[in-house]
Design a protein around this ligand. Structure first.
Ligand SMILES: [Zn+2]
Length: 93
């Protein structure tokens, strides 16, 4: 179920609502039944990859690799054994 942002045309309130099926959203402030749906904001390009990279690096420095897939772990362990990767010191991907 998607969450949408709305702005009430009657009182100007802005709010988020879970929209289920054909249900008509209602302003929680004044109960106006035709609020304007606002365009969705999308994440900037590269933000998700940057966030994942930072989280993995921090986790590796703490000594756990639970956020890697089995294939990525196998590759990382191989590279650490070869000496081409030192855990959190470089990005294994
Ligand atoms: Zn309203």
């Amino acid at each position: 179920m998607p969450i949408y942002d709305f702005r009430c045309c009657a009182c100007g309130a802005q709010f988020e609502l879970l929209v289920r099926g054909p249900a008509q959203p209602v302003c929680p402030e004044c109960l106006y039944d035709d609020p304007e749906r606002l365009p969705s904001l999308t994440a900037p390009q590269g933000t998700i990859k940057t966030t994942i990279t930072k989280a993995r690096r921090a986790a590796a420095q703490e000594g756990h690799f639970s956020n890697y897939s089995a294939a990525e772990k196998a590759n990382l362990i191989k590279r650490m054994a070869d000496g081409t990767c030192r855990g959190g010191q470089s990005d294994p991907l």
